[in-house]
Design a protein. Structure first.
Length: 197
């Protein structure tokens, strides 16, 4: 898919005020600092569409972008930033739960994980939450250019094994790097194929 236009639509802390769910929507989420903004910018080919966070955990907003006037890309607030208070965490939980249950147009959620780090309970818990709600998701390995092919294969195997402890099937895993652009074509083709269904 060629990206012709990528425009910011709205930022929200109130999921009910997100744009009308009239176009297919794809959400991106992960632990703060996982490389979400960098990935969104890499995918859209816009250097500063999503703000790379100098202050992780500060922006607890749902950001909608419209791509090619045809589908929504949603930048969801990250989780797992240690310095966030319990109240903030609870607010995040309520906001995300409301978002996830009020977007009938949400086609797929991309759960980003740092390829260098072993499977983390917080990521697995988030995936379990998606599973409970019957929401499709895929996994995106970020920062993969930092790993050798052998190390990357090892992480992939480990992730798949961990997933099989609780899931019948392993979700699709995309190998990406915002530095090298790896995974861009694969993710955009994946979205395009879902848009055509
Ligand atoms: P966010 O908090 O998840 O939005 O993460 P950012 O996109 O702001 O990235 C967090 C840090 O990881 C920044 O220092 C980025 O430069 C770095 N980063 C993001 N993607 C990559 C990548 O693909 N490779 C490498 N080496 N660093 C990355």
């Amino acid at each position: 898919m060629k990206i012709n236009t990528a425009e910011f639509v709205i930022s929200n802390s109130d999921p009910t005020k997100c744009p009308p769910p009239k176009k297919p929507e794809y959400a991106f989420i992960g632990r703060s600092n996982v490389g979400k903004s960098s990935l969104i910018n890499m995918l859209t080919g816009r250097n500063s569409l999503a703000k790379t966070s100098g202050r992780p955990g500060k922006t607890q907003l749902i950001n909608h972008f419209i791509i090619n006037n045809n589908w929504f890309l949603v930048d969801l607030p990250g989780y797992g930033y240690a310095k966030v208070s319990k109240t903030e965490r609870e607010k995040w939980g309520t906001m995300i739960d409301t978002y996830l249950t009020t977007r009938p147009n949400l086609i797929c959620t991309f759960v980003l994980v740092d390829a260098r780090i072993d499977p983390q309970p917080i990521d697995l818990e988030f995936m379990a939450k998606l599973g409970e709600k019957g929401l499709p998701f895929v996994i995106v390995f970020t920062k993969t250019e930092k790993l050798s092919k052998t190390a990357l294969d090892k992480q992939l195997t480990q992730y798949r094994q961990t997933m099989l402890e609780t899931w019948e099937d392993v979700p699709q895993i995309f190998i990406t790097s915002a530095v090298s652009g790896a995974g861009r074509d694969e993710i955009l083709s994946f979205i395009q194929s879902l848009n055509q269904e």
